[in-house]
Ligand binder design. Structure first.
Ligand code: CUA
Length: 160
């Protein structure tokens, strides 16, 4: 079979790209252990207040983990608990959040933290807060009449 050299080059480029892509994907998945968010952490949405750690929303120092603090948020129409929280500058924080009623959003304005909170599921994101200041948390999933009022605040403060 005769093939034009451009056709061969293009075929080679296509196969090469496929190999590069699959190699990158394979290294990322099996060597670096990257996985898409699993949504495997579930919770009974009717018993959020009785289920640890959501029975005690707020910031908690933890030992022996890859992060320094755990920050637990419970969302419900139309507020977050806690309504305001202080985080020491430079802390690596695992945020864990869920909702008691409908779907809410959890966006920390000015950062890349942006989660959807679904009833029955626990959303997690680990972030390091290395810039002092106040960060607005807002709901970006329309959840009802008070949606636009639904906010909380993270204050990143220098440890004293
Ligand atoms: Cu909660 Cu919009």
């Amino acid at each position: 079979m005769h093939m034009h050299k451009f056709e061969k080059a293009w075929l080679g480029f296509g196969i090469g790209s496929l190999i590069v892509f699959l190699t990158v994907l394979g290294i990322s998945a099996f060597y670096l252990g990257n996985q898409p968010p699993s949504c495997l952490a579930t919770i009974n949405p009717e018993k959020v207040d009785q289920t640890a750690p959501f029975n005690e929303p707020g910031l908690k120092k933890v030992e022996g983990k890859d992060w320094d603090y755990e920050l637990v948020f419970v969302a419900s129409a139309f507020s977050y608990n806690p309504g305001e929280i202080e985080i020491p500058l430079g802390a690596k924080v695992k945020i864990m959040a869920t909702t008691k009623d409908v779907i809410h959003g959890f966006e920390v304005a000015g950062s890349n933290i942006n989660m959807m909170l679904e009833p029955g599921y626990i959303s997690e994101h680990t972030a390091t807060f290395d810039k002092a200041g106040e960060y607005l948390i807002l709901c970006n999933e329309y959840c009802g009449a008070g949606h636009h009022m639904m906010t909380s605040k993270i204050k990143v403060v220098e440890a004293s």
